[in-house]
Design a protein around this ligand. Structure first.
Ligand SMILES: Cc1ncc(COP(=O)(O)O)c(C=O)c1O
Length: 377
């Protein structure tokens, strides 16, 4: 008997090992991983620098809580702020994306003294009480709590005309994925995000960018905020931040940081030394390997060469890329897997989502192109 909670639909493969961008299955197949464990495995598998950093930290001291100052933690925060190039220079490390959002939303309500949060249709922000409350469709499908912790309003995405009525002096925060992940690799674009920034400034609402999926280099830029040139009051990130070691972060600007006092936030495991060593190793690997250049270049090649077979167009940014399919993406997903390529689906039934490791190379894209061509329209 399998004792695991039956809450996840299962891919028809069992992975026993992985190297680079390749997964090995129990039945002896090699699978090209364009899904990256749901946008997590940014460095692929078996990355030497990431492994060495974790091993050396585990041997030095594998855990102490946030009550104990540690150089590995201050270094990770300093490197993350430096990597972002953004004026969000106070970092609170947590464990997951949902936890980062939970803390961001709590701070927004606290700092503004307001009780309404605005989110966008098709958004996904996580499974916890506050993050789930701002996740599109959660109430109907899985939310479970008797009520959300604040009032929630959803606005249509990329529709600046909805902002005047939708974001008001009652709004504590607007939370937005600059490139929606689960929503189908749907990019909000510079103009819409700039309009959102202006409306938040007019009303005193805080702007939160959920970059759990699109951040940490996935767009080919450190954060989507850097790509679009719009600075929010808070950024949340996770997934690629540890490249497989669980870690999330909340990054805040001065306005929110001014409200932080001892005990305002807390966590046992967040900011643990192994997580922080992983963060620094990921940033080292991205910078030394010029992986952001690689993401931008390969993303361009995918967009130029992979509109073949069932694919009619592309959307998204960098390696949060959507391939729009003529037929249900689920069918194409299954046909690719039969040909040894693992992609992702999304909340949009006609978008196949690619979330590959940043280390992907041109021959891998050629394999995808050929498989799509073979599948046919
Ligand atoms: C944009 C976004 N925010 C938040 C989350 C939740 O992150 P976690 O599963 O680490 O709690 C996800 C997870 O898919 C996500 O894509």
């Amino acid at each position: 008997m399998d004792h695991l909670a039956p809450v996840f639909a299962q891919f028809p493969i069992e992975v026993v090992a992985a190297e680079g961008v390749w997964l090995s299955t129990r039945d002896g197949r090699r699978i090209l991983d364009l899904y990256g464990g749901h946008a997590v495995a940014a460095l692929g598998y078996g990355h030497a620098g990431w492994l060495a950093a974790l091993e050396s930290q585990a041997r030095a001291v594998h855990f102490q809580s946030n009550a104990v100052p540690m150089e590995v933690r201050t270094r990770a925060a300093r490197r993350l702020v430096g990597f972002s190039g953004l004026p969000l220079d106070t970092v609170f490390f947590v464990n997951t994306g949902a936890e980062a959002n939970e803390n961001a939303l709590k701070l927004a309500c606290k700092v503004t003294g307001r009780a309404q949060v605005v989110a966008l249709e098709h958004a996904f922000h996580g499974r916890s009480a506050a993050a789930g409350a701002v996740t599109w469709g959660a109430m109907a499908k899985w939310y479970g709590f008797p009520r959300p912790p604040f009032d929630v309003a959803f606005l249509p995405r990329r529709d600046a005309s909805a902002l005047a009525a939708g974001v008001t002096e009652r709004t504590a925060a607007v939370i937005v994925e600059p490139v929606q992940g689960v929503g189908g690799a749907f990019d909000m674009g510079r103009e819409y995000l700039a309009a959102l920034r202006r409306r938040c400034d007019e009303t005193g609402a805080l702007l939160i960018f959920d970059e759990v999926q699109c951040g940490m280099g996935r767009t080919g830029h450190p954060f989507a905020a850097s790509l679009y040139g719009v600075v929010p009051d808070m950024i949340t990130t996770a997934k690629a931040l540890g490249a497989g070691f669980p870690v999330g972060a909340l990054m805040t600007g001065a306005k929110v940081a001014a409200a932080l006092r001892p005990d305002a936030l807390g966590t046992t495991f967040g900011g643990g030394p192994l997580a922080c060593a992983a963060v620094t190793a990921v940033i080292d690997a991205i910078e030394r390997g010029q992986l952001l250049d690689n993401v931008r270049r390969l993303s361009r090649i995918i967009r130029e060469t992979c509109v073949v077979g069932p694919v009619t167009g592309t959307q998204g940014e960098g390696f949060l890329l959507g391939l729009r399919t003529r037929r249900p993406a689920k069918e194409v997903h299954a046909q690719l897997l039969e040909r040894g390529i693992l992609a992702g689906t999304s909340g949009d039934a006609q978008v196949l989502r690619l979330l590959p490791p940043f280390t992907l190379a041109e021959p891998h894209v050629a394999l995808l192109r050929d498989a799509l061509a073979e599948i046919g329209a």
